[in-house]
Ligand binder design. Sequence first.
Ligand SMILES: C[S@@+](CC[C@H](N)C(=O)[O-])C[C@H]1O[C@@H](n2cnc3c(N)ncnc32)[C@H](O)[C@@H]1O
Length: 278
Amino acid sequence: MFTGDSEDDVTGDSEDGGISPFDTSVARQARIYDYLLGGKDNFAADREAAEQAVAAFPGLAAWARHNRAFLARAVRYLVSEAAIRQFLDIGTGLPTADNTHEVAQRIAPESRVVYVDNDPVVLVHARALLTSSPEGATAYVQADLRDPETILRAAADTLDFTRPVALMLLAILHVVPDADDPWAIVSRIMAALPSGSYLVISHPASDVRAVEIAEMTRRFNQRLGNVVSAGRTRDEVARFFAGLDLVEPGIVPTPQWRPDSGAEPVTEPAYAAMGRKP
Ligand SMILES: C[S@@+](CC[C@H](N)C(=O)[O-])C[C@H]1O[C@@H](n2cnc3c(N)ncnc32)[C@H](O)[C@@H]1O
């Protein structure tokens, strides 16, 4: 684990199906997302994969921006209205504007955030995630969502699991196939968190604009090599929240989750939701 403190320690699995993170000829999910957000940490293969997907679904870049905006609204809600001060953000992506700790610590500097990603590309850039306020803490763990025990063990160095934690799973669960039972993985992590903890999910839909999204997904999967992506239906997304109390407005298109006042009422093929553990 990398921490925002003086000690640098690396834990977790760095195996990635034999694809080197430094092989810039292979598209990577984190770098494609960076490109869609207008970032600079991407290469020709990532841009080409992104453009192929955009040709199938022209709303893809807007989806990425809406997803990031949802992250900021969700974190602001959690800190301001739910008094959450601890975050476990799995599938962090490359550092960009308004990372989870920046949004949280702007309101509550004592907030503590553990970032987790399985892509060594993200590890290379992780220092930019470790710019914690002195009152709070940030840490980076390289681990796979499908290995919740490793994540929980490493996160316990920074987070106090006797106090509520927000588990953030934004734009990641679609790359965990049904065969790996992502519902059981989410439920395992939530079981380790106390009452008053939150689950936050954003997830591409498979039941909205289904033809375009299926074609976009096919194109992604042709190029990504290291992950297979698939949207899910609203009901499948709802299953992640079994046993939790959904925060209003429930499971809605990402831009419609507690939009900032004056925001256009946009719809798109992605769901966002937040649930509280009773
Ligand atoms: C589309 S980005 C989302 C970034 C951020 N959560 C957001 O919503 O802005 C998805 C990230 O999930 C990571 N990821 C994909 N599969 C993963 C897994 N099995 N375990 C951990 N991270 C994973 C990718 O490397 C990528 O950085």
